[in-house]
Design a protein around this ligand. Structure first.
Ligand code: NAP
Length: 450
């Protein structure tokens, strides 16, 4: 018997021959998350359910199934369990899931309060800050645990501008880029040796004596950055398949191969190999574009090109409309995704997903914002747009489109949560739940006959 409850109706999503088979009533596991998670989840669920109902009039519906992680796991499982095996198993078994943000301890303290994220050196019976009893020893990130244990190797972030969102650039409407960031290697693998430890000395001695590598100073901490053929190819393969399926004109491999030839440079080379070996008929390279097609992309083809990471930042600012899908390594992708979201003013409403072969989890990209917990004030847009990505992944495009129209309508009517209201002249400030309701209302208007 699992601690989570199966819904009374609903059917499992299947995965066969590399494809999802989505029933009309899929069971979808979720957890609301910590801090502001429950507020944004409540609004998100109402919006998704309303869109599905409006789009399919009862022929399709989602059977939601709550599983536990973070604070809700502490409350439902043995003490100190923040990521139960049952939760991992449920996401693996039911294939598609959605989650709110989770508290992630980051400092050198020993305990953390999962109600208010207070970081503590000892374990009092109740939290000195919020009086909660839900205090647990410092743990590794649950988000990282989910990605690693379910092998969700691509972090996917679509970045676009919504009319009316305040932003720092002149032509934000030119920006519409989906970033595929490798999720398992590069710095994410976390292979590091702390300066001053015997392990670090051992690695230093091996590198300088046996490998004849010159390290400028002996008092160095040392990090190792693995980038593999397997990790690169599966990420680039996913990005190219996405570009083909969504009729996107290009995939750009972003790297620092000019400096790190055997990791970043190899990422570029292996990326081109995937395109040539597996998508020969559907792709052209930049050289072929000019040598054979006079610079004009042939209809139905995807242009595969590459750019150095630092140049990509200026390209995003100067000529963003020349990019549509990015495939990149972990650290480059980390910087690029946030910079891109900020450029269109959408850090607070940027959606994301972690996707592997046959399993995907959609998530808000911001954190738990504990100071706003249970106040019903924060913007649910990030989780709602992650819900849009989830509906698209299910192939339920009509419902996804309704939500986007509803969100655009609410923003254009200047009825928004505090974070947008404080930047928009003449806007009306809504609560989190009211913003969800405004999206639903604007969805109906947008749907016309729906
Ligand atoms: P945060 O929770 O993202 O909050 C930082 C600030 O961003 C907030 O104070 C607020 O700004 C704004 N913000 C966040 N969510 C918002 C929303 N829904 N609507 C409007 N504004 C929003 O970052 P943090 O305070 O650094 O982290 C808090 C906890 O979340 C930490 O434990 C961290 O590790 C965790 N975290 C989890 C995830 C995840 O689960 N994926 C991601 C990042 C961080 P203003 O104060 O200006 O209003």
């Amino acid at each position: 018997m699992t601690k989570y409850k199966l819904p009374t109706s609903g059917t499992k999503i299947e995965y066969k021959d590399g494809k999802l088979r989505v029933p009309n009533d899929p069971i979808i596991p979720f957890f609301p998350g910590d801090g502001t998670g429950p507020d944004i989840w409540r609004a998100t669920r109402i919006v998704i359910d309303a869109a599905v109902e409006k789009a399919y009039k009862g022929k399709r519906n989602i059977s939601w199934m709550e599983v536990f992680a973070g604070l809700t796991a502490l409350k439902n499982y043995d003490k100190d369990t923040v990521l139960p095996q049952e939760t991992l198993d449920a996401f693996r078994e039911y294939r598609i899931g959605i989650k709110g943000p989770l508290t992630t301890p980051a400092g050198s303290f020993k305990f953390v309060c999962l109600d208010c994220a207070a970081e503590l050196m000892d374990r009092p019976a109740t939290c000195p800050k919020c009086r909660s009893e839900w205090i647990t020893p410092r743990f590794r990130s649950v988000n990282v645990g989910l990605r690693q244990k379910l092998d969700l190797y691509a972090c996917v972030r679509p970045v676009r501008w919504f009319t009316g969102v305040p932003c720092p650039v002149k032509s934000p409407e030119k920006f519409n880029i989906v970033i595929f960031r490798e999720n398992t290697e590069d710095i994410y693998a976390g292979i590091e040796f702390q300066q001053g430890t015997p392990e670090c000395k051992k690695v230093y001695d091996f590198l300088t004596s046996e490998m004849k590598v010159k390290i400028p100073f002996p008092d160095s901490g040392i990090g190792i950055k693995p980038i593999s053929i397997t990790g690169t190819k599966r990420l680039v393969r996913m990005a190219i398949k996405y570009a083909i399926a969504h009729k996107k004109p290009s995939v750009t491999l972003v790297h620092k191969g000019n400096i790190q030839k055997f990791t970043e440079g190899a990422f570029r080379d292996w990326g081109y190999e995937v395109a040539a070996q597996e998508f020969r008929d559907q792709t052209v390279t930049e050289t072929e574009l000019w040598d054979k097609h006079e610079g004009k992309l042939p209809a139905g083809k995807v242009l595969v090109k590459d750019r150095i990471a630092d140049q990509t930042f200026q390209q995003f600012l100067l000529r963003p409309d020349e990019y549509s899908v990015i495939a990149t390594t972990n650290l480059n992708g980390d910087y690029l995704s946030d910079a891109a979201a900020a450029q269109v003013g959408g850090l607070g409403i940027a959606p994301g997903a972690n996707i592997g072969d046959g399993v995907a989890i959609f998530e808000a990209t911001h954190g738990t914002a504990p100071k706003y917990a249970n106040k019903d004030v924060v913007n649910p847009g990030s989780l709602i747009l992650s819900g849009v990505m989830m509906l698209e992944h299910l192939g339920w495009q009509e419902a996804a489109d309704l939500i986007v129209k509803g969100l655009e309508g609410a923003i254009q009517a200047k009825t928004v949560t505090y974070d947008l209201e404080r930047q928009m002249a003449g806007a009306k400030k809504l609560k989190c739940s009211e913003f969800g309701a405004a999206i639903v209302r604007n969805m109906t208007d947008a749907a016309g006959a729906a």
